[in-house]
Design a protein around this ligand. Structure first.
Ligand code: BGC
Length: 388
């Protein structure tokens, strides 16, 4: 069900049949056709593999949108956002365009994800959206899809192949927002930095954002980093262990924690709680997980950077449909060029994150991201405006 590719192939096949007029223009062969938009010239388009006997019956323009299949390769569903916000938004965008959503879950295995992408291809995916477990390990699967003319969307996490569309938030900006809130509260003292998965480029982007805010204070000695580590798989339990160790090493003299997401912040806060320090040591996070927003209301987490994943999912779903229909990358609405660390000019959609603190919790309520009941559980009356 590769509508545009099939249409092109069928048109070309028909042209070949007409031109050859009974000649031996049967099955043309090649591996790795070009992307649809590149396949217009007859010589490349002629490389599509299509039996000439399949005469087109839809006249080219009548794109069989209903036949579009978009495959999504998830690395896992560990964070709340993926199943709660991202997936439904992607699915809705695809289905509203008349397409079909199919998906795979790699269960945190980079190797499995390679097989998953091939599986989506063999199921007839016309475009593939990938949330990569490992941005480097996934490259062969991306090359494979692109070489078969199947567009790829690098979802949320960078994949260094400029043939893919990169749809994400400004991740350096996310790091900057976290650090700005924490730095304002703790301009001097001992910091712990809990980073996410090393194979996810976002961990370094966020760290870059931290650096932009606290770099100078670290250089002049106002801030001392007493512990810094990546965390395999962004694992909250591991983050808790890391935090426990840093607290022990520093004799509990930790003044602030830059944790790169809310899941890990839950582990960090648990470690602080065990030492009677929760609420005294500001902690950051991102994703606006429901429990994290509740912690912000309770005062045990200072900030959660909110990335409205409903918008990201919609943008990716719509872009995948458009790409599958043959729209060139740079003609996807709202794209900019992102210069990647690997030296690629990635055509990108970059959405803006928002820092949520105790002062603007009304935003997530108004956006119907969370109910007042969920947000305000256990909150002392009179301490948070939106909780009453
Ligand atoms: C995403 C975060 C998420 C983390 C763990 C990152 O790539 O940007 O929103 O919390 O992965 O899934």
């Amino acid at each position: 069900m590769r509508s545009l590719r099939t249409t092109w192939a069928l048109l070309v096949a028909l042209a070949l049949v007409l031109a050859a007029c009974g000649g031996d223009g049967g099955t043309t062969t090649t591996a790795g056709g070009a992307a649809p938009e590149d396949s217009a010239p007859a010589d490349t388009a002629a490389e599509e593999t299509t039996p000439a006997t399949e005469a087109p019956d839809d006249g080219g323009e009548a794109e069989a949108d209903g036949d579009l299949v978009i495959g999504v390769s998830w690395n896992n569903y560990n964070e709340e956002r993926w199943a709660r916000w991202d997936e439904p938004a992607i699915r809705a965008a695809i289905e509203e365009a008349g397409g079909t959503y199919i998906s795979t879950d790699a269960g945190s295995s980079a190797e499995q994800q390679l097989a998953d992408v091939e599986n989506l291809i063999s199921q007839g995916a016309d475009a593939i959206i990938i949330l990569a477990q490992d941005g480097t390990a996934i490259l062969p699967a991306v090359e494979s899809a692109l070489s078969q003319g199947i567009p790829v969307v690098a979802y949320d996490r960078l994949i260094e192949n400029p043939g893919a569309l990169y749809v994400t938030f400004d991740n350096v900006g996310v790091g900057r927002l976290m650090a700005e809130v924490i730095y304002e509260m703790v301009p001097t003292g001992n910091y712990v930095i809990i980073k996410g998965n090393q194979a996810d480029a976002n961990a370094d982007f966020l760290r870059e954002g931290f650096e932009q805010v606290i770099g100078e204070a670290v250089a002049n000695g106002d801030i001392t980093i007493v512990g810094e580590t990546y965390t395999d798989n962004w694992d909250p339990a591991l983050a808790q262990t890391e935090m426990e160790q840093y607290l022990t090493q520093a004799n509990n003299e930790v003044d602030a924690v830059l944790s790169q997401n809310d899941g890990m912040a839950s582990g960090v806060v648990a470690a602080l709680e065990a030492q009677g320090l929760a609420g005294q040591v500001p902690v950051s996070g991102q994703d606006a997980d429901l429990a994290a927003l509740n912690r912000v209301a309770l005062g045990t987490q200072a900030v959660s950077v909110w990335k409205d994943a409903r918008e990201l999912g919609r943008a990716a779903g719509e872009a995948a449909v458009a790409l599958a229909q043959g729209t060139p990358l740079e003609e996807i609405p709202g794209t900019v060029i992102f210069d990647s660390p690997g030296g690629n000019e990635m055509v990108s959609i970059l959405l803006e994150p928002v820092a949520i603190t105790r002062d603007n919790l009304n935003l997530v309520v108004e956006a119907e991201w969370i109910t007042v009941d969920q947000l305000c559980q256990g909150v002392q009356p009179g301490t948070v405006e939106v909780c009453g």
